[in-house]
Structure formats: C-alpha cells, structure tokens
Design a protein around this ligand. Structure first.
Ligand code: PEP
Length: 256
C-alpha cells in the first residue's frame, strides 16, 4: 500500500504576517525547480492572523496546502476568541492540527474536546491532523503504547471508518518536541505501528493501511531520510525546522 507522504510545518506562535509571507515565498521559491510528481504533500500552518495573507501568497501554488493550528467545533456563537471551521474554509484552509501536546498541556484540551473537533473538521470536509504522544515519565513507566492507543481510540470515537481513512495522525513523543532530542527512527516506527494496529481495531485493516501517520519531534534535514525509510512513517510534522525556508525545503527533499 503506497501512502503519499506529507511534510507539514507547524509554525506555532511565531511570525508576524510580513514574516509569514516571507517564509511562504521562501518555500515556494525553494520547491519551484523540484519534480512536482515526486513532491510529498506539503502543508504549512501559520498563526491565525497570517492565514489570509499566506492564502493569497499560495493562490498560484498548487503544491502547498494551508493548515490552521487549531479550531473550535461549534459553527458560530458566543465563544470569544475562538475560530470556526467556516471561517477557516473562507481562507482556503484545508487541514487543521488538533490535539497538539502544547494545547493539551497549556490550554487543558482533553480527548473529548479533540474528538469533537475531529468530527467537526471532517463534517466540514477538511483534514484533521490529530497529534498524540507520551511524556518522558509515561515512557519511563512503560505505558507509551497504551497511552497513545487510548488517545487515538478516544479521538476517533463516533467517526465512521469511511471518514477515519481521511484523517492524518502525528505521533509526537512530547519529550522530543522542541528539545533537539529526536526519537530513534526504529522506535518511532514501532509506536506508529501500534497506532496503525489501534486504527485497524477501530476501523478495520483496509482503513488502517490508508491512514497517513507522521512522526513529529525535532525533525531536521539531517534526520528526515532515515525517518522516511521506515515502513510506517508517512511523513513529518515539523516545528522549529519549519521556520527556516531552507531547512523546511531540505526536509521536503528528504521525503522525495
Ligand atoms: C511540533 O511542534 O509539532 C514539533 C514537532 O516541534 P519540533 O519539530 O520543534 O520538535
């Protein structure tokens, strides 16, 4: 089963609109001479305030898709500070990152909320990029597999298999995010297989084989080739290294 790789850049809370546009231009320039047929799916996730200008920059560029870093699941109403899926679709956003460990940790998002967001994103025809991963403490306690499986089961509750096959999962061991400590590629592949088995239990083997599962956690130009060589790693969710066009483009090349 061949799954098209995805390289997604999570810009987190970085970049003014001007800086976001510059970074977007740099990535467009960096990929312009690459073989379009071998490119991975490329996704960039700027801050909300830059989405509109980045969307304009991407108008002529079919190779890069736009993602937001979050959304709210209600369609509209008295939810101060939140952004609906209609508002995101208005800006040509096609992907939404949900369940990032930073949102779980700092903004107390739980599995129930992540599940509601996943359902709403799919109902709106967008792609959720659902993050999961263990803390260092959980890894040392030996509960990595049960923890990520439970996160995935809860995130996918009440979603039909025909919709589950459209989701993207990002396995991001929390101890590897922003720390420079990349998870060993074989170990990342092992946990990703656990996630694929979990999806198979929920939605069947055929669906599990279709779902793209990314690795995230200090991915760099120097790590991507080995990561992409693993049987079950279908791409990367990249934080820090997505903020420099040259590094992000090198990572894209490593996935070709
Ligand atoms: C992330 O933000 O999802 C991430 C993986 O960050 P970094 O690549 O900086 O570890």
């Amino acid at each position: 089963m061949s799954r098209k790789p995805i390289i997604a850049g999570n810009w987190k809370m970085h970049n003014t609109t001007k800086e976001s546009v510059e970074l977007t231009k740099g990535i467009i320039e960096g990929i312009k001479d690459l073989n379009k047929d071998s490119l991975p799916e490329i996704v960039i996730a700027p801050v909300f305030t830059s989405l509109c200008s980045v969307a304009c920059e991407l108008k002529e560029c079919k190779e890069i898709a736009l993602s937001s870093q979050n959304c709210y699941y209600e369609p509209k109403g008295a939810f101060t500070g939140e952004i609906s899926l209609d508002m995101l679709k208005d800006l040509n956003v096609t992907n939404v990152i949900i369940g990032h460990s930073e949102r779980r940790q700092y903004f107390k998002e739980d599995d129930e909320m992540i599940n509601k967001k996943a359902i709403a994103i799919l109902e709106n025809g967008l792609t959720p990029i659902i993050c999961c991963g263990e803390t260092l403490e959980q890894r040392e306690m030996g509960v990595t597999d049960s923890h990520v499986s439970s996160q995935i089961v809860k995130a996918l509750e009440n979603i039909e298999p025909s919709e589950i096959e459209k989701v993207v999962i990002a396995y991001e061991p929390i101890w590897a995010i922003g720390t420079g400590k990349t998870c060993d590629s074989q170990e990342a592949n092992r946990v990703i297989k656990v996630i694929r088995n979990t999806i198979a239990q929920v939605a069947g083997n055929a669906v599990a084989e279709k779902v793209r599962i990314l690795y995230g956690g200090s991915v760099k130009p120097s790590t991507i080739v080995e990561q992409m060589a693993q049987s079950d790693i279908d791409g990367a969710l990249v934080g820090g290294a997505s903020l420099k066009a040259e590094d992000f483009v090198e990572i894209i090349k490593g996935a070709m």
